[in-house]
Write a protein that binds this ligand. Sequence first.
Ligand code: 2AM
Ligand code: CA
Ligand code: CA
Ligand code: CA
Length: 254
Amino acid sequence: MRVTQAALEKVIRDAGAIGMKFFNDRKNMAVNKKAARDFVTEADVAIEAFLKETLTREYPEYGFWGEESGQSADQASRWIVDPIDGTHSFKKGQYGWSVSIALEVDGDIVLAAVYAPVFNDLYTAEKGQGAFKNGERIAVSDETELGDAMIATGFACLRNYLADNNLERFCRIAQRTTGQRRFCSAALDLCFVAEGQVDAFWEQELNLYDVAAGALIVQEAGGTLTDFKGNPGLFPKQILATNGKIFAQILPLM
Ligand code: 2AM
Ligand code: CA
Ligand code: CA
Ligand code: CA
């Protein structure tokens, strides 16, 4: 792999800068719908076009898969990109949105970056090399008591009218924890687990581009990554990330 951390950092910061230009002038930004209750803005499309053009020009050996433009020809290795994770937050002028880029090589996520432009926070990880926030090494929290824990979740599944819509699970876990948050960018939620801002995060019905980068960042920060049954691995349709110490306490409540 000839991609350097520095090169990836430049690309994601440039992508974030494009996002900020739209964010600061969002009254004039075109907003469309892909489906009912599913927004896409001019900024989503512009950031993804920039990333696709730049990454495929610099690294023709990798394919590209982004939320807005879909998958390119079937290279075994590819970039997995979410140009804006948290589009609804972005559109409303809230701060918690991010750009997410992962590099998958032969089925393995090996490089990850998640950038939250409004906070100017950059999370990165390389497989086997640890996780970093703004260049400093990060680790999951030391919380060992579910009762004292801070959890985060999301409700993307509500838009898909599922019977298992996470509301009962949220109530169950909320009753057993001290703090509950709903931030709205799954990529960033995973980074918050990685740096210990929250002790666990789960969500359903996500896609690989939402979580590919954040998942590596959690793992490299020492967290657990499973489905709701506790099977280890990356399951976008049912993702549970924890600090490891409260894993056994939260799992029976999933
Ligand atoms: P997005 O902002 O890139 O669309 C928030 O709960 C998370 O769910 C975000 O990662 C968001 O990504 C994603 N999301 C938004 N709409 C969704 C839908 N209809 N189905 C699945 N995930 C969705
Ligand atoms: Ca979207
Ligand atoms: Ca997303
Ligand atoms: Ca998106």
